[in-house]
Design a protein around this ligand. Structure first.
Ligand code: TXA
Ligand code: MG
Length: 332
């Protein structure tokens, strides 16, 4: 059931459902989450079951404000505090050392916990309402509301399509950011970028004075993370990334027969087939991130068997989009 997230009554119904141990489709500025009370192990287990997600892939705990992390994090290094000050509420997740009894099921018993304070007004209203319940719900665990390995949802309808009408979903509109939060591991003495997103490497360096290490440099030590599996974010169609000249040659080869092919392009292209679905990628990275997952879903819905995507620019602001596209292509 989809409820209007703007209404106070919906927000309270959603908070009460979380308190009862039920699941909720929660809008955030990045993607929609499949939410449950972080400290209710049975409720959190339902998230893993509904997603088909292996239990050793930890979930992010969402909090209403930076204050609430004291219930989950054992300590906060200075650079992590600076990142929180700069980017919370917003699309940044920090991995911090975990308090022994907090969010056990969400973290799969790991000694760290992922924390994020979302900026979406509906997410914020729900988290605030949860804090005011008796007993309060201090943290809400929410992975992206998609089946394991599939494209993340950026509208309430995507969530309903994925999980059916029984799930309560708050409609908060289309997600502003469109790709999942940037994840920075703050448990290793220096910031380590585990997942690129709208907050870039450059943004992080500006805020804390340290350039984050890439996860490749520390991969051997990082916990398993589903966002780091190569074949993730996969639409049903096979995805290929190509530079503009390669893409043009492929279209030329097709000639008039372009059935079941979708193209997401940046350059002007010659195209002789009226069957090919052409969609222009926005010039800006942020605008592309916003529409990316919806575009992949649209291509699937159009019946595309092949999706050809022009490789985006190599600059830091495109890192999050490049990452998601490379994963989608790796699944082919
Ligand atoms: O934008 C987002 O982060 C969205 C919205 C709903 O907030 N959530 C999201 O969750 O993308 P999910 O579960 O799809 O991705 C969470 C990522 C996973 O790759 C997980 O392994 C990693 O965060 N993660 C969570 N806790 C961790 C921890 N303690 N150590 C390392 N990685 C962690
Ligand atoms: Mg996900």
């Amino acid at each position: 059931m989809i409820l209007d997230g703007q209404l106070a009554a919906s927000v309270h119904a959603a908070a009460a459902a979380l308190q009862r141990g039920e699941l909720l489709g929660l809008p955030t500025e990045t993607v929609y989450g499949l939410a449950a009370d972080s400290d209710n192990d049975a409720a959190v287990a339902q998230i893993f079951a509904a997603k088909g997600r292996p239990a050793n892939h930890p979930l992010i705990v969402h909090v209403a404000d930076a204050q609430a992390i004291t219930r989950y994090a054992k300590e906060v290094p200075l650079f992590a505090q600076q990142l929180m000050d700069a980017f919370w509420p917003g699309p940044l997740t920090l991995i911090l050392p975990r308090l022994p009894d907090a969010a056990k099921a969400s973290t799969g018993g790991q000694d760290s916990v992922g924390l994020r304070c979302p900026s979406h007004p509906v997410a914020h209203a729900v988290l605030k309402a949860c804090q005011q319940l008796s007993p309060p719900v201090w943290g809400v665990s929410a992975p992206s509301a998609n089946k394991f390995g599939r494209v993340s949802p950026t509208t309430a309808q995507h969530v309903a399509t994925e999980f059916g009408d029984d799930l309560l979903v708050l409609d908060g509109g289309a997600c502003e950011v469109g790709i999942e939060s940037t994840i920075v591991d703050c448990t290793r003495g220096v910031p380590v970028l585990l997942r690129p997103g709208a907050i870039t490497r450059d943004d992080i360096e500006r805020a804390c004075g340290q350039r984050p290490l890439s996860k490749e440099e520390l991969l051997a030590h990082t916990p398993r993370a589903s966002g780091t599996l190569l074949a993730h974010y996969a639409p049903n169609a096979k995805v290929r990334l190509m530079a503009a000249p390669q893409l043009q040659s492929a279209l030329d080869l097709l000639g008039a027969d372009g059935r079941n092919i979708a193209v997401y392009h940046r350059s002007a292209l010659r195209n002789a087939s009226k069957d090919v679905h052409l969609r222009a990628m926005p010039q800006q990275a942020l605008a592309t991130a916003r529409e990316l997952f919806g575009t992949l879903r649209d291509f699937d819905a159009l019946g595309a068997k092949l999706i050809w995507i022009e490789t985006p620019p190599d600059s830091a602001d495109w890192e999050g989009v490049r990452d998601r596209l490379q994963r989608a292509a790796a699944a082919a």
